[in-house]
Design a protein around this ligand. Structure first.
Ligand SMILES: NC(=O)c1ccc[n+]([C@@H]2O[C@H](COP(=O)([O-])OP(=O)(O)OC[C@H]3O[C@@H](n4cnc5c(N)ncnc54)[C@H](OP(=O)(O)O)[C@@H]3O)[C@@H](O)[C@H]2O)c1
Length: 347
């Protein structure tokens, strides 16, 4: 076993537990409980590692991963960890990886959990947070789903919901680079202005202050809509089914409305799928990581050069501020990826 230079056997660990399951409501602070405990440095089983969780990615889906009926277990989300102690030759001390991590400062991960993580080659010229967002699974989800499922064609029109969010920002810019006309919606005038003036969207509207059906209909115009990149899964689907051109596509990637406890209402005009020969296809990233290397190769230079822009929020304060920050994510307080830094990667 390789070890870090830390000599004390005890350390303090702060951890967020599920306190109550949010049933049909947006999560609030009573659903979480933060504790601080003193623990002893582990004696590692073969293949396991002891890590510092150095940055958390606060994603809307997290509340959906609360196991039914379970409380007092750690909340788990995506994030980046650095190996402090190792008994796994593939993950020596100092390795940094992205994966599922409990909301706690330090974690011991068995070999089985390490099979699901993505080791990172960090570019020293880029902030760590980009590996949670535009160069992490969020960026990869968009890059891969547009490539595999959306069948983007220059001259077509695409509409993206939650467009100022992490995935929406990337989706709009990649579609623009392919020569599409890009329309987005977001929940504030400031976000709408960001979409058109900073990210180059052709049109955008505030779905909270404008009627989404008339705003989208007028943004689409007589050319009609070819692709809906859906990150929300709400009643907008019904509008889109009316506006899509023959052979249009709906790419279902996110369910932000359901994360907020909103019921999912089936559109009444599904017959359009048949009448217009539409394609309505879901995409999940989990079984699609085979092109991760190509994604890094293509996207890293675009992000470094500023050709792909991103807005993100990095909050300091570690595990103590994770819950409050997550609740703010759900209220739409931030633009783009929200990360929480936990401080130096040591004991
Ligand atoms: N399929 C996959 O493999 C995959 C992978 C990664 C992520 N996802 C999913 O993709 C979706 C977007 O992820 P993201 O990280 O980019 O999140 P995000 O868009 O940054 O989500 C937060 C934003 O959602 C918007 N929002 C909140 N409630 C809303 C509502 N009721 N209706 C419309 N918008 C609402 C808010 O922005 P406004 O101020 O604009 O309302 C908020 O800032 C999530 O559902 C996520 O789970 C799927």
């Amino acid at each position: 076993m390789t070890t870090s230079t830390a000599s004390t056997t005890e350390y303090t660990n702060t951890r967020v537990l599920i306190s109550k399951i949010p049933e049909g409501v947006s999560p609030h602070k009573d659903h979480f409980k933060t504790i601080t405990v003193t623990e002893t440095k582990p004696v590692l089983e073969e293949g396991s590692v002891f890590v510092k969780n150095i940055i958390f990615s606060l994603d809307p889906y997290i509340r959906h991963d609360f196991p039914p009926g379970t409380t007092q277990t750690p909340v788990i989300g995506f994030g980046i960890a650095k190996v402090l102690l190792s008994s796994n030759a593939s993950f020596p001390v100092g390795t940094t990886f992205f994966g599922n991590l409990p909301w706690e400062t330090y974690t011991t991960l068995p070999a089985a959990a390490l099979a699901l993580v993505v080791p990172l080659q960090l570019d020293p010229e880029l902030p760590l947070s980009v590996y949670n967002g535009v160069l992490g699974t969020s960026g990869f989800t968009v890059w891969d789903s547009l490539r595999r499922v959306a069948d983007l064609k220059a001259g077509e029109t695409i509409y993206i919901s939650s467009a100022a969010g992490t995935l929406g920002q990337v989706a709009g810019q990649l579609a623009k680079r392919k020569g599409l006309r890009v329309i987005g919606s977001a929940g504030s005038d400031e976000k709408v202005a960001f979409l058109t003036s900073t990210l180059g969207f052709d049109a955008a509207f505030n779905y909270k202050t404008q009627d989404p059906r008339s705003a989208l209909t007028s943004a689409v115009g007589p050319a009609g809509l070819d692709i809906y990149y859906d990150l929300v899964f709400d009643s907008t689907l019904e509008t889109v089914l009316d506006l899509l051109n023959p052979h249009g596509r709906i790419i279902s990637v996110g369910i932000v409305a359901a994360h907020q406890g909103q019921p999912i209402a089936a559109p009444k005009n599904l017959i359009n799928i048949l009448m217009k020969q539409l394609r309505f296809e879901g995409y999940t990233v989990y079984e699609n990581f085979d092109h991760w290397g190509l994604f890094c190769e293509e996207m890293t230079p675009l992000v470094k050069s500023g050709e792909i822009k991103y807005a993100e929020t990095v909050v300091e304060g570690g595990v103590d501020v994770v819950v409050e920050t997550y609740l703010n994510v759900m209220k739409g307080v931030y633009k783009g990826k929200v990360s929480v830094l936990t401080g130096a990667a040591d004991l």
